[in-house]
Structures are given as structure tokens and as C-alpha cells.
Design a protein around this ligand. Structure first.
Ligand code: AMP
Ligand code: GLY
Length: 436
């Protein structure tokens, strides 16, 4: 069958690389894609908010399956658009309805959902412009640091963690009264700070059954030792060494099962990925307990770049089972090796950076132990691969141990260059102590 993937980052390249391997995939399209996806698929210049144009392209090219990479089209209702159109209704859309996508689209909704379904998460209250003074008073009842979250999508920038009470009050005022994040901050969630280690757990669901995909951890800060400005993600590892069977059993029983039951009970159609952003909080006796920091309704980036290379299943078969409501017939086969993904970024990122630099060192072919996924790249008029974003490329290596995978990714990263390219050398280092 013909398949369309929506998106243009490293996540979509990693998904495309897997989908292209499936014997069930005849022709693969990625919209809009990047220079990397053009190697395993045909890039199509479609706008992700133009559902009518996407629908026409799907019909004109006999596409049977659409895999949605980023959250925005899901929050905007692309699955509902297809479901409401007689000609598009039977196209397999992998991604939830707009109602399901509220788990990511509204932090207040997600917190209320977790409370209704007794899913462990930080205590919270939500405030609006009208209750700003109550919000300031509530802050005084909490201990520092203070966690302020814009309710809506704010391009990953809507969460503030502040040590000083007065500054927290000023920021709350800026969000609610001065629309610091536009409409996204017309409501603000204030929540208890959770201290622990973050990890990402990915679930594929058909709305009834679920498969838990390999765990991952991403590294968000620009600098070594996870310091400096927040980025879209500087690398990832999979699996997470401390997420053992006992921990994952708690994740499944306390979080995954009640989440899927909650979606059903609240009539939120959901066929797609659920990304659980978790905090592993250590209890007094030193046991790690999972709490939900956030839901996302898509795969993570750059987690996908270390998770997907470890999936040995035919992913198209898995997606078909999602659409047909028979995911209980699938079981996951994961590569037992460790994957480490190292992101290569443009000089200056995450602040202003240049685009259009020619990249060298990309001639070596991918192998069963190493892939280079493209994030922000494009082909220029002379067909050179040039930088086209802050996060440019990522190298994922698979090896028996995490240190070996890291070493292999660093070695390859060193051979790829353009003016000012930067990467972190310490992806996964903080977790080495959990290796047996
Ligand atoms: P989010 O956009 O909800 O993922 O939040 C961004 C980041 O803020 C998370 O990845 C965490 O590192 C941090 N964070 C969010 N909520 C909390 C919390 N309640 N306690 C501690 N850290 C948090
Ligand atoms: N890596 C975090 C995210 O995709 O939101």
C-alpha cells in the first residue's frame, strides 16, 4: 500500500526509515520531509494545516495510511477531518481525534483527566486572569521551586520552573494578564515540583489494547552535564537502564491501563501513540515510583531516533492492527541492544543560528548498527545537503552496551561537519551508574 507520513524532523525520518522497510509499503511519501527522508521516500510540499490539500493528495495517490508525526495537526483535528469525509473515512490515520489530542493540547484538561482516573501526577491548581490573585496566594502555600505551565501548546516553551516566589508571581502575572504565551497562557497550571529522573514511555493503542514500546530518555539542555538553555533535544538513549520490569509493571498498571480506560470512558477516540513524560520519584525506601509529568499524543523527538531503530516488528503491520482494533494480536520485538542518539546542531542554537551551510561527511551508508537521521536539512539548488534548522542531524548507534553505542555515535558525529556544528559528548552518562 501507499503510505504518507506527515512531518519534517528526525522523528519523521526515523519513522520513515522503518516504514520503508516493511514489505507492505509500496510507495512512501513524507510531507514536507527533509533531505534525509528524500532518500527513502518522496517528499511532498504539503502544509500540515491544509487538511483539504492533504486529503486530495491522499486520494490522488491512492494512499491507504497516514502517520501523523507532530501534535499540531492532531490537536487541530486531522483525524476528525478524515473521519467526517466519505471518501477519506477508510484511510488508516495513525493519530488520535482532536478530543484525544486534548491530552497534549491542554495541560489543565490533562491534569483533570489524571485526577479523574487516579493516575499519579503532581498536585495542581489552574488559574485564569480572573483568579490571578488567588494564584499568587496559592504560590505562597507551595515550596520552591515553583512550576508554572501555560495551558495550551506553546512550542515547548510554556513551562517555567522558578526558585524565587516573587519572580514566580511576576511570571504568573505575565502569563495571565499580559498573555506572555498568547492564548496558550490564558489559563495557567501551577503544580507541585517533583524531584527525580525523567524518562519517556511510548504506548501504541487502538483505543482498547496497547503495546508498550521501548523506553527512552532525552537530553534537553544545550550544554554538557545537562546545563544551559533548553533545546528541542540534544540526544536520547533507549532503553532506560533503571526502567526494569518492576518499574514498568507499575507504569502499566497505574498509568497506561487507566489512561486507555479513561479515554474510552470519556469517549475520546484514540488510535495512535501516547507519549508519557514520566518522573521516577524515589520513595523513602529508595524505590522508584512513576508520576506523569505530561502526556503527548505523538512520538518524542529525539526519542524516536533511539526507539524506532530498536523495534524489529513490521511497523506497518502494527499500524494496521491499530486501525483495525486488533493490537492484542501483536507483540513487540525489541532489539536488546542499547541505542544512543547524538544530535548535531547549528552554531548558536537554541538562540539565533544560520541556515544553508553545506554539510560534509554524509557519504557513508547507514548500517544495521548505525543510522544518520536528518532533522533540519534540505537539498539546495545544486543538490548539496545544507543545514536548514537548529537541530540538523542525529547519529544513532546500536551496541551491546550504552557506553559502546555512545562511543560509536560520537566517532561518527566527528566525521560529519559544517561551519560551527556542535554536539554533546555526554548523552546517557548520567545513567551509566544504573548499568549492571
Ligand atoms: P512539560 O512541557 O510539561 O514536559 O515540562 C517541561 C519540563 O519541565 C519537563 O520535561 C520537566 O523537566 C519539567 N517539569 C514539568 N513539570 C514538572 C514538575 N511538576 N516537577 C518537576 N519538573 C517538572
Ligand atoms: N523529546 C520531548 C518531546 O518530543 O516533546
Amino acid at each position: 500500500m501507499n503510505i504518507l507520513i506527515l512531518g519534517s524532523g528526525g522523528r519523521e525520518h526515523a519513522i520513515a526509515a522503518k516504514v520503508a522497510q516493511s514489505p507492505q509499503c509500496t510507495h512512501l511519501y513524507v510531507a514536507p520531509g527533509n533531505a534525509g527522508t528524500s532518500r527513502c521516500a518522496t517528499n511532498v510540499a504539503l502544509k500540515l494545516n491544509d487538511f483539504a490539500a492533504i486529503g486530495r493528495f491522499v486520494l490522488d495517490n491512492d494512499i491507504r495510511m497516514v502517520v501523523v508525526g507532530p501534535e499540531q495537526p492532531l490537536v487541530d483535528g486531522i483525524a476528525d477531518f478524515f473521519a467526517a469525509d466519505a471518501a477519506l473515512r477508510d484511510i488508516m490515520v495513525i493519530g488520535p481525534s482532536a478530543s484525544g489530542a486534548r491530552l497534549e493540547g491542554s495541560k489543565d484538561f490533562a491534569k483533570g483527566f489524571m485526577q479523574r482516573h487516579h493516575i499519579p501526577t503532581a498536585d495542581y491548581r489552574t488559574f485564569t486572569r480572573d483568579t490571578l490573585e488567588e494564584g499568587k496566594a496559592f504560590l505562597a502555600t507551595l515550596k520552591a521551586p515553583y512550576v508554572l505551565k501555560a495551558d495550551g501548546l506553546a512550542a515547548g516553551k510554556g513551562v517555567l520552573i522558578i526558585n524565587d516566589l516573587e519572580e514566580a508571581r511576576r511570571e504568573l502575572t505575565a502569563m495571565l494578564a499580559d498573555a506572555k504565551f498568547g492564548d496558550a497562557s490564558s489559563s495557567v497550571v501551577i503544580e507541585e515540583y517533583l524531584s527525580g529522573i525523567e524518562l519517556s514511555v511510548f504506548v501504541l493503542t487502538d483505543g482498547e489494547h496497547h503495546l508498550i514500546l521501548p523506553t527512552a530518555k532525552d537530553y534537553k539542555r544545550i550544554g554538557e552535564g545537562d546545563t544551559g538553555l533548553n533545546t528541542g533535544g540534544m540526544g536520547s538513549i533507549s532503553p532506560v537502564p533503571f526502567a526494569n520490569d518492576a518499574f514498568m509493571a507499575k507504569v502499566e498498571q497505574r498509568i497506561v491501563v487507566p489512561t486507555i480506560e479513561g479515554l474510552r470512558n470519556e469517549n475520546m477516540p484514540y488510535k495512535g501513540f501516547i507519549f508519557l513524560g514520566l518522573m521516577a520519584v524515589e520513595s523513602a525506601d529508595g524505590v522508584k515510583e512513576p508520576y506523569v509529568i505530561e502526556y503527548n499524543v505523538r512520538m518524542g523527538d529525539p526519542e524516536t531516533e533511539s526507539v524506532f531503530p530498536r523495534i524489529q516488528n513490521d511497523v506497518v503491520e502494527m499500524f494496521k492492527a491499530v486501525w483495525e482494533g486488533r493490537l492484542d494480536q501483536c507483540s513487540l520485538t525489541a532489539d536488546p541492544r542499547s541505542a544512543v542518539c547524538v544530535m548535531l546542531t547549528a552554531e548558536g542554537y537554541p538562540e539565533s543560528y544560520r541556515k544553508g551551510d553545506v554539510i560534509s561527511g554524509l557519504d557513508k551508508a547507514d548500517s544495521s548498527t548505525q543510522c544518520v537521521f536528518h532533522a533540519g536539512t534540505k537539498l539546495d539548488d545544486a543538490q548539496h545537503i545544507v543545514t536548514n534548522g537548529g537541530r540538523v542531524l542525529c547519529v544513532t548507534s546500536l551496541a551491546d552496551t550504552m557506553p559502546e553505542a555512545l562511543a560509536a555515535s560520537l566517532q561518527r558525529a566527528e566525521t560529519i561537519s559544517w561551519a560551527g556544528r556542535y554536539y554533546r559528548h555526554d548523552i546517557g552518562q548520567d545513567l551509566m551508574k544504573y548499568l549492571k
